[in-house]
Design a protein around this ligand. Sequence first.
Ligand code: SF4
Length: 376
Amino acid sequence: MENNQYLKGESILKINLNLETSELRSRVMNNLAEIESSIITTDINIWQKVKESLNSLDKPWPLQQHVLMEARNQNDIVLARYLCARYRYDFYPKQQILDEYPPCVQIEPTSICNFRCVFCFQTDIKLNKPNQGHMGQMTFEMFKSIVDEIEGKVDFVTLASRGEPLLNKKLPEMLAYAKGKFLGLKINTNASHLTDEMSRVILDSGVSTVVFSADAGDKDVYESLRVNGNFDKVMSNISKFNQIRKLEFSNSKTLTRVSGVLFNPEKQDMSSHREAWENLVDQVAFVNYLPWENPYDSKPSEVDEPCSDLWRRMFIWWDGKVNPCDVDYLSWLSVGNVKVHKISELWNSEGYSSLRKSHNDNMRKSITPCKSCFVK
Ligand code: SF4
């Protein structure tokens, strides 16, 4: 669950946004010949748009800080591909362009979570009761078949969705199998099961970004939000991850981020949050709280524009079920299963098309849970 809505002024990462954007622009322009020679035919049109967007003064590409940090990590040859992929991720939803595959796939190693965060759908017994059919772990064989299909077709992969990925014992094998196959491989974790060994596995697999979920720099506040979480343990695990990265993987390009949900602004002091975490990770950020807990029975939201996720991301649950998002954590909108259909078939399936059409025809309000959802 991540909506990437960084709070302006509070996501004070360790870079200067304007400076970094202009450095990126200069780097692209100064190495144009080398960069352009690496563009594959199908990316040429997108590359023209990337250049226009980077140079546009009236409508600059609103590159987020974590994107700039990831871009900085790429060599010139890969940078071109990276920017084209980012362009797809950022602009395809606005332009409603569909390729054979989505810009990003989220793979769920497990739907099980050991936490019951107060703002999370894991508090819903319709999801978390074992006999409802929603709880389980992805097998390595299923993970492998997904990766085999999307390698070279999908640039961004995130390992996470409804559950805590580190609870899947096959995760080390999965990470080893995905190594080097995607431009951006991200993993989200609550860090409660982040052992030294697991830290080494993550770093060795070349994951581009590890997102640690934590919403406060204060133990009591953290533990009141992250129910079952132990602040000291999580802080110690993240601290050890940082040490291992420095001492044993000094050339690692893996970026780390602590990301919190701003659920109770009166209790969650942003400066103490930042102070607590900023020396342990590269980025500290908050996302806005959206009412994820039960979109099936809650009142309609004001949002009626088409949902960007329908053109941006596909979610593949542990059992192969394909869903347009994890707001719909009970899979009411599921469009099929990768055990039966190819991922490309599902992305361009009748089910997905009709959902996109309903959103475009101003019918979002007639669909549960879209009608109560805040994702734009
Ligand atoms: S519930 Fe509907 S509107 Fe919300 S993210 Fe999912 S598909 Fe988009």
